[in-house]
Design a protein around this ligand. Sequence first.
Ligand SMILES: [Zn+2]
Length: 397
Amino acid sequence: MKILTAFLSLLICAEIFGQIKVSTDYEGANAILRKIDETDIWIKPDLRDTDGWWFYWNMEVYGAAGKKIRVFFENDDAIGNQGPAYSLDGGKTWAWLGSNSYTRPGKDNKSAYFTHEVPSGVSSVRYCFSIPYTLEDFKDFYAKLDGNPNFKMGKLATTLRGNDNFYVSAGNKNAPVKIVILARQHCCEASASYLLEGILSEIFSDTPCGKFLRENAEILAVPFVDLDGVRAGDQGKSRRPHDHNRDYSSSPIYPSVRAIMERCASYGADDKIIAIDFHCPGWRERKSYFYYPANPRLSENVARLASMLEDNAKDAKGALPYNTKNDIPYGSKTYNSSNKSSFRDYINALDNAEIATTFEFAYSDTLGEVFSPQKGRNFGRVFARTIAKYIRSMNEK
Ligand SMILES: [Zn+2]
């Protein structure tokens, strides 16, 4: 009894003095806790099987209500342009802490840190490198579509860690245009998922664009190519021995990649594949852009799609901007090898490729516009309308 009383009073003390605790005990979490010194928390991104440095982290802080805390990245800087994203409701909704919330490493201090005056009354705060998008977020989206006859889901593959990965499909099986859209080949690149969700919203809707796409194309989407990594909170980029987007070879090691390749290989010789792989660019890049393939015909096709996207994005309200000037043509300093077993290179080598590209969608801000989930989704809707416009132009040719 005495022991129990002592234990209870310890718990009460912890509550009164508000001991700060850090948790990574939830899906998508990632952090190595170094120390907690009163209101200073020291962490590092957990690199796990990453080859080299990367910047994804995601943690929950308890016991900080009403306090001003500082979160240091030990000898590291893993803070994006808009500061960390934070959530006061256990990860349901997120906002940015803002560009005034952090200090980058200086001469005397190698550790970047951010400061937050945590509102009183909250039980915890989640912080993340960028605004996350988890399997739960997709389930919320899916719940809204329940009963929508335009929407089908199926099993893609059992992953290496035993998760059932899935695809989403829609449209007309007999249509010669096959749209294949992927996200999260690099699992930490969450902003791209909002874009993908926006595209799917448009495809499943009864807007003229949705109807057109379903009549004139068969659509296959894989929202989480590296589902294992999304759930575990891995970096995913440069995963050893190679990451998902280096696996499109004659002997893929990831079951989801193998299944995607089988689906793409099953399309007919007269079909036209429009394949777009959605990623996020460098951690602090403030622009979104396409990669143009090496093949001149295919490069021209991507350039046409890109210029249509620029036009459509100009007229769109509440979406993020896009400008073709930031696109990366093949042969540039950073992009001159196309034999990396990426999805894009794999599709580009197929005779029935019409479009095979990667679109890099900025994490936190694009050409001066700050990212929000809604703006990401709205940009996805613009993207879907652009694909529809492109298909119309194919039909006119
Ligand atoms: Zn990527």
